[in-house]
Design a protein around this ligand. Structure first.
Ligand SMILES: [Zn+2]
Length: 421
């Protein structure tokens, strides 16, 4: 059992009563209790994803709240966010309520909606942030794009501060990123495609840090992709700013070279960068500059990704591959400890969202994941429970596959199959 929230790392029994953690000890008497034998498996606080695109309402052909929740449970996640770039955009309490209702009907993992910063995420007029927070929104973002209007962003920071939520920013300066298809570097030059420079991320990040500082608002930086941005976040944290950051598994494992040959399964925003950027992101995650791993789970249809490279949409799925990939390529290679990985994928995301999870302390909800670190398996995208099969990791051998996901004491997924409902 590994629970970084209480520095726990060892072999114990865990007693669950009425959906909550009642006791962790050695040799709890099993008489009269339902027993799950987890011998040989890891028991960790359920994984939490800060960055999930569930596509509903409006994109049900790509994913629904139900299929997204199934994919989450299969990937060991007990709680996910629902990002607002839906159709209509989640920019008022009605759409937040609607997604809450869909999540209740799905009745699998926890779903925390994230509202838009601006109406329609159009960047002109602030959305009704207070009403969305009252309806259950845990943060706001215009993800898919950044908030271009600096004054609007500053006012949004002030509003978020009042309601105690983070503003999650997709740092991309549009005039620099415009028409870009991949990282502005060697592969873009070779393929003759317009690139997205490092400055598209860092110019926006610099402005956001200044506005976060001036407003006293809490900035969460989504999907950091460059070494330069890691350094800027490190300095901002040293200066005492209220800033947190996330990185995706693909930015930790792949470089621009994955796009070579016009591979649209490696086309994403921000783009895959260079080996030096990957190195800096890994170091940033390890030293805590980057707080969390988030999937940026972005399901698209096969047809959309199969078309020509330039018209293919950005993004890949991630819920069902994140933990095994990072366990295999960071933990097993000694680049990150197992405790650090659990912290970055469960404890810290819970803290950023301000939800009482990411811990197996007595009294917390029994949200947990059992993981097999002994047996090697191969990622098979056709076996995903997500509607989206768009991943560049198909066929990769991995260890660390989640075997059981439990939410509030109820088993949701066992051996890759959804068993609840
Ligand atoms: Zn984004």
């Amino acid at each position: 059992m590994i629970d970084p929230s209480q520095g726990m790392h060892g072999q114990f029994d865990l007693l669950i009563r009425d959906g909550f953690v009642a006791e962790i000890a050695s040799g709890i008497d099993p008489a009269g209790k339902t027993v799950i034998d987890a011998l040989g498996l890891l028991v960790v606080p359920g994984l939490i994803d800060l960055h999930t695109h569930l596509r509903e309402p409006g994109g049900e052909h790509k994913e629904t709240v139900l299929t997204g929740c199934r994919a989450a449970a299969a990937g060991g996640y007990t709680g996910i966010t629902a990002l607002p770039n839906t159709n209509p955009v989640m920019d008022d309490w009605r759409t937040i309520n609607y997604v809450n209702m869909l999540a209740e009907q799905a009745d699998l993992v926890r779903v925390w909606p994230v509202g838009a910063v601006s109406k329609g995420s159009a960047g002109r007029e602030m959305a009704e942030i207070g009403a969305m927070v009252r309806a259950g929104a845990k943060a706001v973002t215009d993800d898919g794009r950044g908030v271009i209007d600096a004054r609007l962003l500053k006012n949004a920071f002030l509003c978020c501060k009042q309601f105690g939520i983070p503003l999650m920013e997709h740092c991309e300066e549009e005039s620099l990123a415009r028409d870009g298809q991949l990282h502005e570097g060697l592969v873009a030059a070779k393929l003759g495609l317009p690139g997205i420079p490092v400055s598209a991320e860092t110019v926006m990040l610099a402005r956001d840090l200044l506005l976060a500082e001036e407003s006293g608002g809490r900035l969460h930086i989504m999907h950091v992709s460059t070494a330069k941005a890691v350094e800027m976040i490190r300095q901002a944290k040293e200066a005492g700013l209220h800033v947190t950051a996330e990185v995706t598994p693909h930015h930790l494992l792949l470089t621009e070279e994955a796009v070579d040959g016009f591979n649209s399964l490696a086309k994403m925003k921000p783009p895959l960068r260079t080996a030096a950027d990957v190195e800096a992101l890994r170091l940033g995650l390890s030293d805590g500059t980057i707080d969390a791993v988030a999937t940026d789970h972005a399901p698209h249809t096969e047809a959309e990704k199969a078309g020509d490279f330039q018209s293919a949409p950005f993004g890949i799925v991630g819920l069902e591959t994140a933990f095994p990939l990072l366990y295999t390529h960071l933990v097993m290679r000694g680049l990150l400890s197992l405790d650090q990985l659990i912290d970055r994928m469960s404890c810290r995301p819970a803290t950023i969202l301000g939800v009482p999870h990411g811990s197996l302390k007595t009294g917390y909800a029994a949200d947990l994941t059992l993981i097999d670190v002994t047996n090697e398996r191969v990622i098979d995208r056709q076996a995903f429970l997500s509607k989206g099969k768009n991943t560049p990791f198909d066929g990769w051998p991995v260890f660390g596959v989640p075997m059981l996901t439990m939410v509030a004491g109820r088993v949701i997924m066992r051996n890759g199959t959804i068993v609840a409902n």
